[in-house]
Design a protein around this ligand. Structure first.
Ligand code: FAD
Length: 596
């Protein structure tokens, strides 16, 4: 979706304030993975979009393209990619735009860019563009209406127009404004401003823009001060005016980083309050890849977000990719591995009836290394928590049990950090079951009409009710499987499918029947059922689930470590079981495990 439509619908709808976060590409692979962990936490607060910068002189082109793709499709946030003309002949510009278009990204921030390092003046590269206006015109001419185009605005005029300490001359300021209007007239639909610390200057700039007929939303770029030296460097580079009261406040605390950060939060809050009071309901935060100050301003001080009210529109995060906008049903098996699910279904450009395609013939992408690629940051955690020596299956059981007790934060079968909040409802029963050799990797408790804004199980916004059938997915030995299937004969509400690595299948239900396990009832809407147990998809998932024994866990041990053999034996001989208690009102799924 275009960012401008989000901004407009918030302003015209309930007058809600919307906010967004800017990030830049980190220098190392590990930095990128850390950024995504941080972004995941920030995206949970529902920013209207996030943007990723284009390194000076095109230095980060590939990384920026890759990060933009992952933001839109894995972090599932509406993404805006910056694109500059520096060192970019038109073929490279088109390559970048074609790439993000293919990845379902609809938003671009079109910029001229600064001169490459070591040069004073921007020089147009052969076959490239001279300014952002050229780039906007090119995007509209070649891609029509597909992209939402944002451009940069300068409340104090572009730094090139500023000579000395007095700021830009009126003539230069006006020429800059007139040029901004040309960018908008050429097809830009949103303006984000350069950072500023004098809010009156920003408000005057908005008025001046309106006077000359710029009608599109103008979003203030707010950069919380995080440290004194960085603040001086940035304001020096951008020739930003620093009001004397800010200098006076910072001077006595400049060597105390904590105090500077606290002041930065206070100042950012006051600036945002003043802007909001003037009826401008969009805030853009330059995060510098840090979360604390941005969240403190929005959460603690402005009350725009609440930790306890992280709302989910569905039980899983839908990628914002426009090709997946109709997707609204998923098999439950990938609940803890959403990224793997997305990457395995990335080629699906159709979700007929909002479903994941023909369930009898699911065209899941092949298992590639991708799903097993561990971000280094997580890899470290997995190593610490799961690479402890394993002498027997008892040690294996113990790892699973500890994860269910919340004593481990990572699991080879999960891409998430720790347990989902709803799992805590049944964590006691889960640890008991694991201790007895039923090694759980996915579950949900039964829910019979809980309010849809409940922090633990709610989704879909307030005003509705949510329902769930109890679900459990686990590995176990064949003996234990036989024992539990015997028990299930006396528990007719339980249906199960079990399969070994080699495909031996044992079940008590029809293998082509799809079973809805999560649904919600909302005012004025059809019933929404976002999660199902689909045996056909289960057979696809089981390959991935079994592979993780070796490629996700055993590989954490040295080649000759006997722990590897323990895990390989489990992988070879165990079954993966998917079990549903269809009686979500009176059922007790854990009764099936009693005395086993
Ligand atoms: P333009 O809009 O082309 O304008 C540059 C200057 O030239 C202005 O003063 C304008 O008035 C003048 N000008 C140009 N053409 C004309 C004309 N025909 N007539 C009159 N005047 C003209 N840099 C990066 O390298 N990567 C980023 O990701 C990045 N993100 C940014 C995000 C924001 C929100 C902002 C405000 C800046 C960002 N920058 C980024 C910095 C930006 O690239 C520089 O400020 C650059 O010097 C100008 O880019 P621009 O798109 O504003 O240029």
């Amino acid at each position: 979706m275009k960012v401008v439509d989000k901004v407009r619908s918030a302003a015209e709808g309930d007058g809600r304030t919307v906010f967004s976060f800017e990030f830049f590409p980190p220098k190392t692979e590990e930095g990128v993975e850390n950024l995504f962990e941080r972004m995941d936490r920030m995206v949970a607060h529902n920013p209207s979009f996030c943007d990723i910068t284009w390194g000076a002189g095109g230095s980060t082109a590939d990384v920026t393209l890759d990060i933009a793709n992952r933001m839109q499709n894995m972090a599932c946030v509406e993404t805006m990619m910056h694109l500059t003309c520096t060192n970019m002949p038109v073929e490279k510009i088109n390559h970048a735009l074609n790439t993000i278009k293919a990845n379902g990204i609809q938003n671009v921030l079109a910029l001229r860019g600064d001169p490459p390092h070591g040069q004073d003046k921007f020089v147009q590269v052969a076959g490239g563009f001279a300014c952002a206006l050229d780039l906007v015109q090119h995007i509209r001419a070649k891609y029509g209406d597909y992209f939402g185009i944002t451009v940069a605005g300068y409340p104090e005029a572009h730094p090139d127009m500023i000579q000395g300490d007095e700021g830009a001359l009126l003539e230069a300021y006006n020429s800059d404004l007139a040029y901004l209007k040309r960018k908008v007239d050429a097809g830009a639909d949103l303006v984000i401003t350069q950072l500023f610390y004098d809010t009156d200057t920003f408000l005057k700039f908005v008025d001046d823009c309106r006077q000359i007929g710029i009608t599109c939303p103008i979003v203030p770029g707010i950069m919380p001060i995080n440290n004194y030296k960085g603040f001086l460097r940035m304001t020096g580079f951008c020739k930003t005016k620093i009001p004397p009261e800010i200098t006076a406040a910072l001077d006595p605390i400049k060597d105390n980083e904590e105090a500077v950060r606290a002041y930065g939060i206070h100042l950012g809050t006051e600036m945002c309050k003043k802007i909001l009071d003037h009826g401008i309901k969009t805030l853009h935060l330059y995060t510098l890849n840090m979360e604390k100050s941005a969240l403190a301003i929005l959460m603690v001080n402005l009350g725009l977000i609440e930790e306890s009210k992280i709302s989910r529109s569905l039980p899983w995060r839908r990628p914002t990719n426009i090709f997946r906008s109709k997707e609204d049903v998923r098999p439950i098996f990938w609940a803890n591995r959403p990224k793997s699910y997305i990457s395995r279904t990335v080629g699906w450009d159709q979700y007929p009836h909002g479903r994941w395609g023909d369930s009898k013939n699911p065209s899941y992408g092949a298992l590639t290394d991708y799903q097993f690629m561990r971000p280094r940051a997580r890899g470290k955690k997995l190593h610490e928590e799961w690479a402890t020596p394993l002498k027997s299956v008892d040690d294996v059981n113990e790892r699973f049990m500890k994860f269910c007790q919340g004593k481990l934060r990572s699991s080879p079968w999960s891409e998430l950090d720790g347990l989902q909040p709803e799992t805590k409802i049944i964590d006691e029963q889960l640890s008991q079951v694991n201790l007895r050799g039923f090694l759980t990797i996915n579950s949900q408790p039964a829910i019979n009409g809980e309010k849809s804004d409940s922090p633990a199980v709610g989704w879909g916004g307030p005003g509705g009710y949510v329902y769930q059938k109890a679900y459990l997915e686990f590995f176990c030995s064949k003996d234990k499987l036989i024992a539990i299937t015997e028990k299930c004969k006396a528990l007719p509400s339980i249906t199960y499918v079990a399969v070994s690595k080699e495909g031996e299948c044992i079940s008590n239900c029809t293998l082509n029947a799809v079973n809805a396990v999560t649904w919600g009832v909302f005012p004025g809407k059809e019933i929404i059922q976002p999660t199902v147990v689909d045996p056909a998809s289960f057979m696809i998932w089981k390959d991935e689930a079994f592979e993780i024994w070796t490629r996700g866990w055993a590989c954490l041990f040295p080649e000759d470590d006997p722990s590897r053999e323990v895990l390989t034996q489990v992988q070879k001989s165990y079954f993966l079981v998917s079990l549903v208690d269809n009686d979500y009102v009176h059922g007790d799924l854990f009764a099936a495990f009693k005395d086993l």
